[in-house]
Design a protein around this ligand. Structure first.
Ligand SMILES: Cc1ncc(COP(=O)(O)O)c(C=O)c1O
Length: 386
C-alpha cells in the first residue's frame, strides 16, 4: 500500500473526511497554484485579461487557459476545441437545456437515479416546451450492465429526442453503461447528454470513445482542483447549433468555439488554470495506483457494511468505482445519524435516500485510513444498536 497523503491536503486534522464525492478536497500544492494565478491577475488586470490569459483579446485562443484546456482534453481523450470550461455540471446541464429546442410531446428519457437539480432542470425545460420527461425505473439490486442497456432501450420510442444519464449516479454510486447507450442513440438519431459529475479523475475517461453529444464533468470532485472547475464537451456535430448560455464579446469577436461559450464578461478563471497543477500532483503521487488501492479496500468495506446492516448489496463490484452505496437499516433516521456522526465522531459521511431507501455512500481516498472506515462502521452500529 502506498503511503497516506493526508499531509498533502488542507483538511482539518481532527476530522474524518469520508465523503470526497460531494465536493472533493483540494491538495495544498494545487490550491497554492490556483491562488498564484489570482495574484498574477491582480498585479496587472489589464495585461492578464487582454494579453496573457487567452492570447490577444482572446482572438487567438492561446496562453495558459488554452494550455489547461489542451492538457485536460488529453487526459480525457477529447477534442480540446469542443471543451468549454463551466463552473460546475449544473451550469453545463442548464446550458444544454437552454440550447436544445424540443417540440410538443417530444420525450427526454432518463433514469430514476439522476441528481435532483438535474432532474429539476429538465423537468422545467420539458414543462416549458410541452415535452415529456420520462424517468425509467431501474430497480435495485441491478443485475448486469447489458440487462440495464436492454431494459432502458425498451423505453425508447419514436418520440425520444434526448437521453439524459449519469455516468456515475449520485445516491446509488453506480457506474452506468453510458458508452453502449450513446452508441445506440447515435444510430437512432437521439441526442445524448451525459452527466459525468463524478467521473473525471475517478474513472478512466475516454470521451472520444463514448461519443456523447454532450458530456460534462466536475474537476473539483475527483480531479482534485479547487471548486468551480468543470467542463462541458460538445460533440463536433452539435457545435454549430449550440447556443451560448451567456452572450458576451465573444459573439462579436468570434474567437474559438470554447471561448465563445465561456467568455462571460469579467470572470475569474484561476481555478481552470490550476488543472495542470492537479494533473501534475496526481502523476507525481502515482494516482492510478492509489485509485486502484482505494477501490479494493472500499469494495471490501462495502460488503462488510452491508453485512453488518443485514442488507443485501445493491450491485456486484463491476458497477463500482471509488464510491459505493450501502442500504442502511430501513428504519434509520437520516438526519439524526448524519448529525450523530459529525457531532459525536467528527465523521463527514454522505447519508442520503434513494426512493424510500436510506443510504450511506462510502468513499475512500488517498488521505483516508482503514481506521476511519472502522470508526464509521462502529459508530453506525452503536447508533443503530446493531
Ligand atoms: C450525479 C451528479 N450530477 C450533478 C451534480 C451537481 O454538481 P455541481 O453542484 O458541482 O453542479 C452532482 C453533485 O454532486 C452529482 O452527484
Amino acid at each position: 500500500m502506498l503511503s497516506n497523503l493526508r499531509s498533502e491536503f488542507m483538511l482539518e486534522p481532527d476530522i474524518h473526511y469520508l465523503n470526497h464525492g460531494s465536493f472533493g478536497a483540494c491538495p495544498l500544492e494545487v490550491f497554492e497554484d490556483f491562488q498564484n494565478w489570482q495574484r498574477i491577475l491582480e498585479k496587472n488586470p489589464i495585461d492578464y485579461y487582454t494579453r496573457q490569459l487567452k492570447g490577444l483579446f482572446g482572438k487567438q485562443a492561446s496562453g495558459p487557459l488554452e494550455d489547461a484546456r489542451i492538457k485536460l482534453a488529453e487526459f480525457v481523450n477529447a477534442d480540446s476545441e469542443g471543451m468549454i470550461f463551466t463552473p460546475n455540471v449544473t451550469v453545463a446541464l442548464n446550458a444544454i437545456a437552454n440550447s436544445i429546442q424540443l417540440q410538443a410531446n417530444d420525450e427526454v428519457l432518463t433514469t430514476d437515479h439522476e441528481y435532483g437539480t438535474i432532474v429539476a432542470t429538465w423537468a422545467r425545460k420539458c414543462e416549458q416546451q410541452d415535452a415529456i420527461l420520462k424517468q425509467v425505473e431501474i430497480d435495485l439490486p441491478v443485475t448486469t450492465q447489458a440487462d440495464l442497456v436492454d431494459y432502458f432501450w425498451k423505453q425508447v420510442t419514436p418520440k425520444t429526442r434526448v437521453i439524459l444519464m449519469s455516468h456515475i449516479t449520485s445516491a446509488t454510486a453506480l457506474v452506468l453503461p453510458v458508452k453502449e447507450i450513446c452508441k445506440r442513440a447515435r444510430k437512432a438519431g437521439i441526442i445524448t447528454v451525459i452527466d459525468g459529475a463524478h467521473a473525471v479523475g475517478q474513472i478512466e475517461l475516454d470521451i472520444r470513445d463514448i461519443e456523447a453529444d454532450f458530456y460534462t464533468s466536475n474537476c473539483h470532485k475527483w480531479l482534485l482542483t479547487p471548486k468551480g472547475t468543470a467542463f462541458l464537451h460538445v460533440h463536433s456535430s452539435q457545435r454549430e447549433t449550440f447556443e451560448p448560455l451567456v452572450i458576451s464579446w465573444a459573439e462579436i469577436n468570434q474567437p474559438s468555439f470554447s471561448l465563445r461559450h465561456e467568455m462571460w464578461g469579467t470572470r475569474d478563471m484561476a481555478a481552470f488554470l490550476s488543472i495542470p497543477a492537479a494533473l501534475k500532483f496526481r502523476s507525481k503521487h502515482d494516482w492510478e495506483t492509489r485509485n486502484s488501492e482505494a477501490r479494493s479496500l472500499l469494495h471490501e468495506y462495502r460488503d462488510s457494511f452491508a453485512n453488518a446492516f443485514g442488507r443485501e448489496t445493491i450491485c456486484d463490484r463491476s458497477w463500482l468505482a471509488q464510491i459505493a452505496s450501502v442500504l442502511l437499516p430501513s428504519e434509520t433516521n437520516l438526519l439524526e445519524l448524519w448529525r450523530y456522526l459529525w457531532e459525536e465522531h467528527r465523521v463527514e459521511a454522505m447519508i442520503t435516500k434513494w426512493r424510500e431507501e436510506p443510504i450511506i455512500r462510502l468513499s475512500f481516498n488517498a488521505y483516508n485510513t482503514s481506521d476511519e472506515m472502522d470508526l464509521l462502521l462502529q459508530a453506525i452500529r452503536q447508533h443503530q444498536n446493531l
